[in-house]
Design a protein around this ligand. Structure first.
Ligand code: AMP
Ligand code: GLY
Length: 420
């Protein structure tokens, strides 16, 4: 029987931990630090900060954890996998060096250049006047990205040169994202439909998941600022299997094998954010972990045992990875008013839902003194449902949300609209 420790605290980790618990081979799932909403599903919270590697290691030893699964990017980039491995503990995720595929856009671009992986053309700058001159020559639309981590908010898709220059000035002169934005990537604007292709990766071995589509902008019709993601669905039937196969051949395989050749082999979840352009799929970003909110709709579609898959990958065995063939799973994020900027906190969060076919995954929640869930983060929870098609899944979720008192919250009313 497996005893598993998950690192993280959001909706993604709720979905991962819940999926692990579906397995008959799993005895216990601990999450550090997790959130109060997870407890309802029998997940055990551990009050250790995700950057306190020494205490996490001690905990894993004391509880005889079979292996640890890392949800978010920050601990990966802090070297949690390296630290656990150094003391002989099993942990699933990329090393600090391999996680740089997410930690530095420039690092990712260099790998793509080297192994001929299709992506937007780009140039990197740390000097404002040089970046400004480049943007003036290239014109708009154009994309400005902070080099380092910025929780999904460090990207500005500028439709005018003025907007692009303002973004450059905020990042390079105004220090908007601190160190993360002291270097920027200025990138060609790619036109086409966006999708997320996640894979289980162990070195050269790749086991793709079903694709999903995120909705990054805060408001309906893709208006408003970029966020971590406001809703998602899977599969994405308007993206053909041919495009997915091309992405696997031309993008995922060369990156995984290239990282091995370069001495930074990747073990973990490799997330490719792709755009299906007229010339085929191209990369807009890599992440070194499961996506949030994509995980909340992708994992419910997995019909094989997630815990066994991870265990097999860790012990170099061939995993069985199978997926539901029919229907669609859709998830709508309910966020605190103001997100992704300064947002409200403390509102009561729904804990009961009338329709048993909707599943909540909790993220930015805490418990008040009466034991009720209250909002304490930007993205508060996601409501998920599976149905025959997008319309029916939307109806299940939006009917349920309509019946809830959601003062101080907002959510997009159009998740899945491109699938219509
Ligand atoms: P990222 O954080 O890199 O995924 O970027 C956030 C969002 O900006 C993406 O989900 C896309 O919608 C958009 N985006 C990023 N790069 C490009 C690009 N080169 N062309 C068009 N849109 C982009
Ligand atoms: N949903 C986008 C991300 O996880 O980065």
């Amino acid at each position: 029987m497996f005893k598993i420790l998950v690192i993280g605290f959001g909706g993604r980790e709720h979905a991962i931990a819940k999926k692990f618990l579906e397995s008959e081979k799993v005895e216990k799932v601990y999450v550090a630090k997790g959130n109060a909403g997870m407890k309802r599903d029998g997940i055990i919270l551990v009050d250790i900060a995700e950057d306190d590697h020494a205490s996490l290691i001690q905990f894993a030893k004391e509880k005889q954890i079979s292996w640890t699964f890392v949800g978010p990017e920050v601990p990966l980039l802090n070297g949690i996998v390296d630290d656990f491995t150094a003391v002989g503990l099993k942990i699933f995720g990329p090393t600090k060096a391999a996680a740089m595929i997410e930690g530095s856009k420039n690092f990712a671009k260099e790998i793509m250049d080297k192994y001929d992986v299709p992506t937007a053309s780009y140039k990197t700058f740390s000097d404002f006047s040089k970046a400004k001159a480049y943007v003036e020559i290239k014109g708009a639309p154009i994309v400005i990205k902070a080099d380092g981590l910025a929780a999904g908010k460090g990207v500005v898709v500028a439709f005018t040169v003025e907007e692009a220059i303002l973004a450059l000035s905020n990042m390079l002169e105004g220090n908007q994202f601190g160190e993360s934005g002291s270097c920027v990537v200025v990138e060609e604007f790619l036109e086409g439909e966006e999708f997320s292709l996640l894979s289980f990766v162990k070195g050269e071995k790749i086991y793709p998941m079903v694709i999903a589509q995120d909705h990054k902008r805060a408001y309906d019709n893709d208006k408003g600022p970029n966020t971590g993601g406001m809703g998602t669905y899977s599969p994405v039937l308007q993206i053909s299997q041919k495009i997915v196969d091309e992405a696997l051949e031309k993008i995922i395989k060369p990156v995984a094998s290239g990282m091995g050749k370069d001495g930074t082999p990747f073990t973990g979840i490799l997330y490719a954010g792709l755009i299906a352009t007229k010339e085929g799929p191209k990369v807009i970003e890599f992440n070194a972990r499961f996506g949030d909110p994509e995980t909340q709709v992708v994992l419910p579609r997995l019909t094989s045992d997630l815990a066994q898959i991870i265990d097999d990958l860790l012990y170099d065995k061939e995993p069985v990875v199978t997926w539901h063939k029919d229907g669609v799973t859709l998830g709508v994020v309910v966020a605190a008013e103001g997100y992704p900027r300064e947002y409200k906190k403390g509102m009561l969060v729904p804990a009961e839902f009338k329709n048993s076919e909707v599943t909540p995954y909790y993220a930015g929640v805490a418990c008040n003194e009466n034991g009720e869930l209250i909002a304490n983060g930007g993205r508060v929870f996601l409501l998920c449902a599976t149905a025959d098609n997008v319309k029916t899944a939307q109806k299940k979720i939006y009917d349920e949300l309509d019946q809830q008192t959601l003062d101080g919250f907002f959510y997009r009313k159009d998740i899945g609209y491109k699938a219509d």
